[in-house]
Ligand binder design. Structure first.
Ligand code: FAD
Length: 386
């Protein structure tokens, strides 16, 4: 295996680095217009929707270049490349694949220009892991559908303008994967009620959403009626960049290395303590293992082979590693490490304690460890069905 980058890949890395050094001032020096300017500049560079086809406003960037871009942005702790994470990760790609010409014209540019934020209305009470069993109902009624039902754990719902919504249009079906239909719904439509849920870190990032006689025009249906399961599966496949998982862990590890240098343990920097050093080395090896796994999948993608269940390996690995690193950071920093933002002696602005309380984001969101284990056992290792 050749881990070296080609000259053009290396020069792309240099280009990203010099862009960052010119356009990313230290946090303290950023004014209130910084984020808007940053988003405009990265858009002008073609780095929002980097891998998207040019006909939709993307750059058709290569997979390796995309990895380099993400790595450098993570290393520099740069703001995101666009405001609608879900819009860029799966709503946009879903619209490109299944949308009508009108939907493409209406929705794609606003995602790239960070003008709208999307949220994802898939999970319902009792139907998270068992997503295909959803019950939120959509009935055709002339030129619109009437939607009634409930969604839950919808990340970003309190501030999003649009939701990609999974509903059931047919209840009398042989397989629960049939009779599901996907819609693009404005969050300010009459009958949509968002009730934010506070998590244990004190944030209100997600919400439950109630739909009561919400009228959704037929032209807002994404894909054909009953085709919603395929729309969802192929849209979510775009999320599966195991390299993305690695980049985030890489950033976390770098932050931890900074923390041990500035934290004192028995009168000396914690980074001098052999036990701490061993722990950091162990984390480093785990992140490296994720990286090599990610590269293996990247190689597959470069060869044009689709990724299937293998990304569950890194997702599972990351779930436990995130918890281990957060716990270690909080323990290392003692009482102060327990304080959240605003606490008198909060460490790193309370980032570590908050992250430790936010473990459900990476552990449960997007599929629980049990579900990942089932996928690995059944689809990768050929074990009998659970
Ligand atoms: C931070 C966060 C953000 C989220 N954001 C969104 C979002 O934006 N949009 C959205 O639609 N959803 C979102 N979710 C919901 C998430 O996808 C579901 O919570 C997740 O899929 C689990 O489903 P559930 O909550 O119904 O739990 P359940 O499916 O009821 O699982 C409960 C327990 O049973 C286990 N279990 C379930 N089925 C099996 C099985 N077959 N074999 C073995 N064990 C099993 C699970 O592993 C888990 O331990 C989010 C969740 C979190 C925590």
């Amino acid at each position: 295996m050749d881990f070296d980058y080609t000259a053009s890949e290396q020069s792309f890395r240099e280009e990203v680095r010099s862009f960052i050094s010119e356009n990313l001032p230290p946090k303290k020096e950023r004014d209130k217009n910084f984020l808007a300017n940053w988003l405009e500049k990265v858009r002008a560079k073609g780095w929002v929707g980097f891998a998207w086809p040019k006909e939709f406003g993307g750059s058709e960037g290569g997979l390796i270049e995309q990895t380099i871009l993400r790595e450098e942005m993570a290393l520099a702790k740069a703001p995101p490349l666009g405001t609608s994470m879900m819009g860029l990760a799966w709503v946009g790609p879903g619209i490109m694949q299944y949308g009508t010409e009108e939907q493409k014209r209406k929705f794609i540019p606003d995602i790239l220009d960070s003008k709208v934020t999307w949220c994802t209305g898939y999970s319902e009470p009792n139907h998270g892991s068992d997503l295909a069993a959803i019950q939120c109902k959509a009935e055709l009624n002339g030129d619109h559908y009437l939607v009634n039902g409930q969604k839950i754990w919808t990340t970003g719902a309190p501030w999003s303008q649009w939701i990609i919504l999974l509903t059931r249009t047919q209840f009398d079906v042989e397989s629960k994967h049939d009779g599901i239909t996907c819609f693009l719904v404005p969050m300010d439509a009459p009958g949509v009620e968002v009730r934010p849920i506070q998590n244990m870190a004190g944030d209100k990032h997600f919400a439950e959403i109630f739909f009561t006689d919400v009228q959704v025009p037929v032209e807002n249906r994404l894909g054909a009626e009953g085709e919603g399961w395929n729309v969802t599966v192929s849209a979510l496949a775009n999320e599966r960049s195991s390299i993305g998982e690695v980049t985030q862990m890489f950033e976390k590890l770098e932050n931890l290395k900074e923390l041990v240098k500035t934290t004192s343990k028995q009168g000396q920097p914690a980074s001098e303590d052999p036990k701490v050093r061993r722990t950091i080395a162990r984390f480093e090896m785990k992140v490296a293992a994720m990286k090599f796994n990610g590269l293996r999948y990247l190689t597959k993608q470069i060869k044009g082979e689709p990724l299937t269940s293998e990304t569950s390996v890194n997702k599972l690995h990351r779930a436990s590693l995130e918890i281990e690193i957060d716990d270690f950071a909080v323990q290392l920093t003692g009482q102060a490490g327990l304080q959240l933002r605003g606490g008198e002696s909060a460490v790193d602005g309370g980032t570590w304690s908050k992250s430790a309380l936010n473990w459900p984001n990476v552990v449960i969101g997007g599929g629980t460890p049990n579900i990942q284990r089932n996928i690995i056992a059944e689809r990768l290792l050929g074990q009998p069905k659970d």
